[in-house]
Design a protein around this ligand. Structure first.
Ligand code: F6P
Length: 556
């Protein structure tokens, strides 16, 4: 039996919080001055985690800020809580569960026993089954019911059973096997399934139904819809038999293998995982099956190794040099002391175009909470809004607000030294042009442009104010040699641990998500009303009744 988790410390009652409040009261950010006064600032504030090079010199920290943030980490018991999570204590208090996504990437010779179970053996046993399945599909050994090889794998899942696999499939496009495509259906809007399936041949399509609970309305509805599409499409083929067709064209990933069997999928074609893996932390479990098919077991193993390298950094590096800890503490500083409400994540890599969406679930479903893990209300702001788009597209859309707006928007800039596709326009290495933008933006945000500098360009005095950039807009610059599977794994693990760090400071359970339950339940209640059941309509509030009325009048 794991020891009962310790109650959370109220961060706002700590000495460090008081110190940070005092510092914040008279805080006057001056990145120009700080850089001028300290030639070693960049060296002192640049850190390494595995292959990640993280420059925090353009963060709004000076003097006592970092020591006070580190003291806060000590006072809330961050290191103890990290160790409790890593050894399998039930740190997911509201669900009384261990939180062990880090065990999914432990090497096979590691040992971790949790609640009497050797989890490393379990993890590697499933991993080997997923790898064997992926090899079969990739080699053409696994065929559809007509004997043709599989050309398209469609992952059906939502939330953590979709966002991670999609993000990684996009990010690792250069590593995909040619001729084998993955597609993803998540939304219960039937348009999603209709458009995804439109040009597919059922004979060469394989579905992976991915659902931790195997009870999610969207996923089960889409799975039924896809099953009907498949059986319809194959019905005329020689010796057609529905059961064989489903066995050859459907596999499942879930913690609820009994429900998989009820759905009609052969348990031999199902890959399990465990309740100690949260949905948004499950990319590296069997939920990554579609990704393994796309990039192959070897590359997936590299992704896991990258995650493990950052886990080790998080576990062993003193807090003062611990990148996820520092980034998490900085986020607390910005959100709770400098008033930021949102946090931008801006990858200078088109391949990471789904990374901000993936991070939104990781960070906001984890830390968007109003009570601590013991049920007491929080006394500080929690859970910033994470958002972003790849550079340079964002530059021509919303950067204006980050540069000159009235709100503080801390931003993480991510870039890679080597491009995935080295191309030249004839004159110039386009990747260098791209990187020049990455560097220019963080520089402009940090150092701005004074009125005198604007005037020196001969600007008409009337428009000088509009052309001034205040600077002191904080950024973190994260660079790596290239976007390899390992580096992607490192980025994912980095943000998982940033999220954890913030959750511990706020004393919240970053691993439950009760906030999505009410809407799910109400959707079930509204269902009969929208179908016209008069008693169900009468049970709705006035606004919902009126909207149902609008729907009934206007539907085609
Ligand atoms: O939206 C809530 C949620 O429970 C997420 O946490 C989860 O990733 C998603 O639904 C999908 O759940 P499941 O994998 O059980 O279908």
């Amino acid at each position: 039996m794991s020891p009962t988790p310790v109650p959370p410390v109220d961060a706002t009652t700590t000495d460090a919080w008081d110190r940070l409040r005092t510092i914040a009261d008279s805080f006057a950010p001056d990145l120009r001055g700080w850089f001028a006064a300290d030639p070693d600032r960049v060296g002192a504030l640049t850190f390494t985690a595995a292959d990640l090079h993280v420059d925090l010199s353009k963060a709004l920290i000076e003097g006592d800020v970092l020591p006070a943030l580190l003291a806060l980490a000590d006072e809330v018991g961050l290191a103890e809580r990290r160790d409790a999570m890593l050894r399998g204590d039930h740190v997911n208090a509201t669900e009384d569960r261990a939180v062990l996504h880090t065990a999914l990437r432990l090497p096979s010779d590691a040992h971790l026993e949790v609640d009497g179970q050797d989890v490393v053996t379990d993890v590697h046993e499933v991993l080997q089954r997923v790898y064997a399945f992926a090899d079969d599909v990739r080699s053409g050994r696994w065929t559809g019911v007509t004997g043709e090889r599989i050309r398209t794998v469609v992952n059906i899942g939502i939330g953590g059973s979709d966002l991670g696999p999609v993000m990684a499939y996009e990010a690792l496009a250069p590593y995909r096997q040619p001729g084998l495509e993955c597609r993803f259906i998540s939304n219960i809007d039937p348009t999603d399934a209709a458009t995804t399936l439109a040009d597919l041949d059922p004979a060469t399509t394989l579905f992976v139904v991915s659902s931790k609970t195997f009870g999610t309305l969207e996923t089960l509805t889409n799975a039924r819809l896809c099953k009907a599409w498949l059986l319809d499409g194959l019905a005329g083929t020689d010796g057609f038999d529905a059961e064989t067709a489903v066995a050859k064209h459907f596999v499942a990933v879930s913690t609820a293998l009994d429900k998989v069997a009820d759905f009609g999928i052969d348990p031999a074609n199902a890959f399990g995982f465990w309740d100690w893996v949260g949905g948004r932390y499950s990319l590296d479990s069997a939920i990554g099956t579609s990704l393994v098919v796309a990039i192959g077991p070897e590359r997936f193993t590299e992704l896991l190794a990258g995650m493990h390298a950052v886990d080790e950094h998080f576990r062993t590096t003193p807090l003062a040099d611990n990148v996820p800890v520092l980034m998490g503490l900085l986020n607390v500083w910005y959100a709770d002391f400098l008033g930021s409400q949102t946090h931008a994540v801006l990858p200078y890599s088109q391949l990471l175009h789904r990374f901000p969406a993936y991070l939104q679930q990781l960070t906001m479903e984890s830390n968007g909470k109003g009570v601590r893990w013991d049920g007491t209300p929080v006394t500080a702001g929690t859970g910033e809004i994470f958002w972003g788009e790849p550079g340079t597209n964002g530059q021509h859309a919303f950067y204006q607000l980050i540069h000159q707006g009235t709100r503080l928007v801390p931003a993480d800039f991510i870039a890679f030294a080597s491009p995935a596709y080295p191309l030249s326009d004839g004159d110039q290495d386009v990747h260098e042009l791209f990187l020049a933008n990455f560097l220019a933006q963080t520089r402009a945000l940090a150092f701005g442009k004074t009125a005198d500098e604007v005037r020196a360009e001969g600007t008409d005095e009337a428009v000088v104010p509009a052309r001034v950039f205040t600077g002191n807009r904080p950024t973190a610059s994260i660079m790596a040699p290239a976007l390899t599977p390992s580096v992607l794994g490192q980025l994912v693990a980095l943000y998982e641990h940033v999220t954890f760090t913030q959750g511990v400071v706020w004393g919240i359970d970053s691993f439950d998500q009760w906030g999505v339950e009410l809407g799910k339940k109400l959707a079930q209640e509204v269902g009969p009303a929208i179908a016209g059941d008069t008693a169900a309509i009468a049970a709705q509030d006035a606004s919902t009744r009126a909207l149902i009325g609008y729907y009934q009048e206007h539907r085609a």
